[in-house]
Design a protein around this ligand. Structure first.
Ligand code: ADP
Ligand code: MG
Length: 733
């Protein structure tokens, strides 16, 4: 009996595929008209709410004033009317649990009246607080199940929006998620706290500079999102993609990315149709998408928005991933956010463009044009340098996941060594400040006197040339490039904000001390900036981060080079680090411990799932295919010998030998993998030891299986091979 190879079936279908039908009509509403259509935005609120209610709500949003319950009732009612008029039937509190995904539990607006009818209702109380059962979310041991109540609280600073489904819309209300005693069970709460911390520290610094009007500061973020698309017909034939998000097998195709023909290449029509469809949905959600392009690897793409306030940017990035996933399926694709879906070609990241701004919208990392602005800029710059140098390990921990381990340091993404790129001109300025001397090329002569002389012009593009740096100054913002593509940006930014808040506080203390001792502001700033730059300059590096020489140099400078997530996460348990989080009111000790635990557990679970998949696919797909082929070759050899005893059967014999040797090695390797995995549970380690076991024992055993399986892929007759090959998945779009 011949069995149809499902791969061939998929290929045939894809080959016969026509372009999808138009989903956007040429006379559709222009993007400007649909932008924000599904958002309960400030503009909507302004027109839907009585003036005093609107004003009161804005005080809550902008100044953190407590929300008046009566105001909440009016807002809830307006929100409900707005949502229902647009076809919503349900509402949900939308939150960011520690799974790293989003969560939502829907409730209908409908309330039975008891006389056989029903009406719609949505009170201020329901808007403000929800009580989802939280027992099945990771809490890192914060709560036991019997007290598993979790609460969601409306985050009025991120607008409610409508999720548009095939059969109706749901009103989603962004919320924070915490336990009965206020312990944060999510990613949003600490992010909001870190914004408050950096705001307080920035305002204090600005006051020192004589700014009496600033009331708060915040961060802006523009995350550039990379992703892969594969045809969903291939996707559903790959249990590894379905369950692990990445391929656990796959021989390198003859053509990968070496022709450099994909990056910025013309976008395939089918892909462009998907992108345009996604973008419209994103516009409706008020997400300001700006850029789309093909990325380096075949099948890889990028989408980038215009930057926004960090809290909204974080929610929007989660929504963006959701929208891309859903729209991809509609277009017959699967969208992959894993950091390394395919071995041997580039993986995906998320460039986290980050800056600080005051409440008037002034970018505090913009060098400015007057000596006063220049001096202030250099203080904020120094704060970031101090923050990253002092706590490079903590920053590294924020991007530590099993997925990101595949790409950091793999000559495609920044290395595991955290350093800062400033560009030549700014480095010259920094060196001049440290030495107290004018650099030869400084056009201004004399040494830079903060607050008196002005900075030489800093060319903007100069700072964007180095693509190998994990943390680069790009003109008026920093670009943290080592963030993983599947990650929420909440955690890296929460930590970054806290580190900068801490450094700013330290600098302000030092400047105040100098002033108390009689120094002028200029002199105090000059001294403190100089001392700090001198102390922290080891973190600055403009060269090639991929080079081996840098690894050695970084080691000489004492910079940490933490290659594995398991080790990187350890810094979250460091008492000094925990004390810093506590000092700034971002994570309590319990909350910090919980995150450390959850991240380690996620690492273990990820590798465990991958190891099981590796074993399953080997036993039930790869080995059987190889054995069938082996049997066929054996048959051919026997038949040849039988047909003519003096026939040269050496070809069949050699092939048989190769295949049989690989199949028996594969069987040995998969048995070994299972055996090792079986030991993991009884190894009796603590959590970190357990994770290290997965890294040091399970992962290598898995890799061994893959190597042999990939070698088999190159010798087994094509029609026997059951799982889509790289050369198909990456190019047949
Ligand atoms: P590229 O890195 O591709 O050259 P840009 O550096 O111009 O592109 O912008 C990348 C991202 O940085 C965009 O999302 C942009 O909105 C964002 N960005 C620009 N200015 C800021 C800022 N002040 N704060 C945060 N993000 C910013
Ligand atoms: Mg960029």
């Amino acid at each position: 009996m011949s069995i149809e190879n499902p791969r061939y079936h998929a290929v045939r279908e894809i080959a016969a595929q026509r372009l999808p039908a138009r989903t956007i009509e040429p006379d559709a509403d222009p993007a400007t008209d649909i932008f924000g259509k599904n958002v309960f935005s400030h503009a909507v609120m302004r027109s839907a709410l009585p003036k005093d209610v609107y004003k009161s709500l804005m005080r809550t949003i902008h100044d953190g004033a407590p929300l008046d319950p009566q105001v909440a009732d009016v807002v809830a009612n307006a929100m409900k009317d707005w949502a229902i008029a647009r076809g919503a039937t349900h509402y949900c509190h939308w939150f960011l649990p520690l799974t790293g995904a989003t969560a939502e539990k829907h409730d209908t607006f409908l309330v039975p009246t008891g006389d056989g009818q029903a009406l719609v209702q949505f009170s201020g109380k329901t808007l403000i607080q929800g009580e989802p059962d939280a027992s099945s979310f990771p809490s890192g041991g914060v709560r036991s199940t019997f007290e598993a109540r979790g609460y969601t609280a409306w985050d009025a600073t991120s607008p409610a929006f409508l999720m548009d489904g095939v059969n109706g819309k749901t009103l989603c209300i962004p919320t924070a998620f915490y336990s009965y005693d206020g312990t944060a069970l999510d990613k949003k709460t600490p992010l909001l706290r870190s914004i408050a911390a950096v705001s307080a520290a920035a305002v204090r610094m600005l006051r020192l500079f004589g700014n009496t009007t600033v009331r708060s500061a915040s961060c802006t973020v523009g995350p550039e999102q990379e992703y892969f698309l594969v045809d969903r017909r291939f996707y559903f034939l790959r249990p590894d993609l379905i369950n692990a998000g990445r391929t656990l097998f796959g021989a390198r195709p003859p053509k990968g990315q070496e022709m450099e023909d994909h990056y910025f290449g013309s976008i395939r029509e089918r892909v462009l149709a998907f992108m345009m469809d996604s973008e419209r949905t994103l516009y409706e959600l008020g997400i300001p998408i700006k850029t789309r392009h093909n990325e380096v690897a075949p099948g890889q793409y990028e989408i980038a928005p215009v930057f926004e306030n960090i809290n909204i940017a974080t929610d929007h990035n989660m929504l963006l991933m959701e929208v891309l996933k859903n729209t991809a399926l509609k277009h017959g694709f699967k969208c992959l956010f894993h950091e390394k879906p395919f071995a041997g070609i580039n993986g995906s990241g998320k460039h986290n463009n980050w800056s600080l701004c005051d409440d008037a919208g002034n970018n505090l990392l913009d060098p400015g044009s007057t000596p006063h602005e220049n001096a202030q800029f250099l203080v904020f710059l120094t704060a970031v340098i101090r923050a990253v140098h002092t706590n490079a390990k903590v920053l590294r921990a924020t991007i530590a996941t099993a997925g990101n381990d595949h790409r950091l340091g793999a000559n495609e993404a920044p290395p595991a060594i955290i350093s800062i790129y400033l560009g030549d001109k700014l480095t010259e300025v920094v060196q001049g400040l440290i030495s107290g001397k004018a650099e030869a090329s400084s056009r201004h002569g004399g040494f830079l006197q903060l607050g008196v002389s002005s900075l030489p012009p800093l060319p903007r593009d100069d700072s964007d040339r180095n693509r190998t740096s994990p943390f680069a100054f790009t003109g008026n913002k920093f670009e943290f490039r080592a963030v993983g593509s599947s990650q929420s940006i909440a955690f890296p930014n929460t930590v970054l904000n806290t580190l900068v808040a801490d450094a700013l506080t330290g600098l302000a203390d030092e400047i105040e001390k100098e002033k108390a001792a009689g120094a002028t502001l200029e002199a105090a700033v000059q001294k403190v900036v100089q001392e700090n730059l001198k102390k922290h300059q080891a973190i600055l590096f403009n060269g090639d981060n991929y080079s081996a020489a840098w690894e050695q140099e970084a080691a000489r400078r004492g910079l940490p080079n933490i290659k594995s997530s398991v080790d990187a996460l350890a810094s979250l348990g460091d008492p000094e680090v925990k004390a810093m989080f506590k000092r700034h009111g971002v994570y309590s000790e319990t909350e910090a411990d919980a995150r450390y635990k959850i991240l380690l557990e996620a690492y273990i679970k990820t590798i465990n799932i991958e190891a099981q998949l590796t074993a399953d696919m080997t036993r039930t797909m790869i080995l059987p295919a190889a054995l069938r082929y082996q049997g066929e070759v054996a048959g051919a050899l026997a038949a040849t010998k039988q047909a003519a005893s003096n026939a040269d059967g050496s070809a069949a014999e050699k092939v048989l030998k190769d295949v049989a040797s690989l199949t028996s090695r594969l069987k040995g390797a998969v048995d070994k993998l299972d055996e090792i995995r079986g030991k993991a549970d009884h190894a009796g380690h603590d959590l970190a030891g357990h994770a290290a076991f997965y890294r040091d024992q399970v992962k290598p055993a898995m890799n061994e299986v893959r190597q042999i399986a990939d070698a088999l892929e190159l010798v087994v007759e094509d029609r026997y091979w059951p799982i889509p090959k790289y050369r198909e998945m990456l190019f047949m779009i």
